[in-house]
Design a protein around this ligand. Structure first.
Ligand code: GYE
Length: 308
């Protein structure tokens, strides 16, 4: 290639690049943090899918703090992004900042967790699994496995977070049909392995080594993984002495199910960028109103039904 044609090729490439970056959609994504195994998998997927779609993604990790999310969203507004995606730490405290986004004409989408706002026009739609159904699936599995007789210890997720609220409600809705199923201890382990371990240690102490306890229901796998450690350290056999049911179906839990140290886990898909971005991109194109919730399916796995 001659120098002149090389030069014009370079100019052509530069023009092309600036044309695509001028067209590129910019999306701000405010993520909860990196607690557990599920959340980082979700973050990685959102970043990889954004690359595939040619989206300029501004990713902000809130380290589990809602104030950090509010700051991130305000900075996205100041940067005039095309759309904002939020996975909210807790359900409360969103009205004001969502009004600010609306005033700036920036559409907001909720991914994964929910918010509690009276004016639903403050966001376009929420794309997520049905946490209430996850709780119901866990409860139904346990009702069947225990034949409706079960004293349960519960490890709750982060207080005020949508999955903690809804998984509890769904689970309770099912077990309330069985007079001999009840939650005898419940405490938040903040969705972390460490939190789950500490809570289970406390339960072990206060129930004389889980005497009379038939099951541990954890709002996520990481807390259950911590609970399994605590039980083993106390000489108990999780999965045998006590039925273990939780939510997420992360790879480490899949291993525990295969080993028989846990019994069931409801799968929460983490590769959900492929559901989320098309909804956002289509909306940016046609501005057609959407249903307030785009539901991602959930299903329960045991060692016998590992799925793929
Ligand atoms: O189950 C848990 C994570 O928001 C539904 O958050 C999600 C939950 C998930 O910390 O592992």
């Amino acid at each position: 290639m001659k120098l002149t044609s090389l030069f014009s090729a370079a100019i052509g490439a530069a023009v092309l690049m600036s044309a695509t970056s001028a067209l590129a959609v910019t999306i701000g994504f405010s993520q909860v943090g990196d607690e557990g195994d599920w959340r980082p998998a979700f973050s990685r997927d959102m970043q990889a899918e954004a690359k595939k779609e040619g989206i300029d993604l501004k990713f902000a990790d809130a380290q589990g703090k809602e104030e950090a999310q509010l700051t991130a969203v305000r900075s996205f507004i100041a940067q005039k992004v095309d759309a904002i995606i939020i996975a909210p730490v807790v359900v409360t405290g969103w009205d004001q900042v969502l009004r600010e986004a609306k005033r700036a004409n920036i559409p907001v989408f909720l991914a994964d967790r929910d918010v509690d706002v009276t004016d639903k026009s403050l966001y376009v739609t929420r794309i997520s699994a049905d946490f209430n159904l996850e709780g119901k699936l866990a409860g139904a599995w346990l009702a069947q496995a225990s034949k409706g007789n079960c004293n349960i210890v519960e490890l709750q997720g982060t207080t005020g977070a949508a999955p903690a609220i809804e998984r509890k409600k769904g689970f309770e809705a099912i077990i309330s049909n069985f007079p001999n199923m009840k939650i005898i201890k419940t405490q938040s382990g903040d969705f972390t392995t460490d939190g789950g371990k500490k809570v289970m240690e406390a339960f072990i102490k206060s129930t004389d080594n889980l005497k009379g306890v038939c099951a541990s229901f954890a709002h996520n796998d990481n807390m259950q993984l911590g609970a399994i450690q605590a039980m083993k350290e106390a000489g108990l056999k999780p999965g045998k002495d006590v039925l273990m049911v939780s939510v997420d179906y992360v790879p480490a839990m899949k291993t525990e199910l295969a080993k028989g140290e846990a019994n069931a886990s409801v799968e929460l898909r983490s590769a959900i960028g492929k559901y989320i971005y098309p909804v956002v991109l289509n909306y940016l194109k046609d501005k057609k109103p959407l249903p307030k919730w785009v539901v991602i399916p959930s299903d329960l796995h045991t060692a016998a039904t590992p799925g793929n």
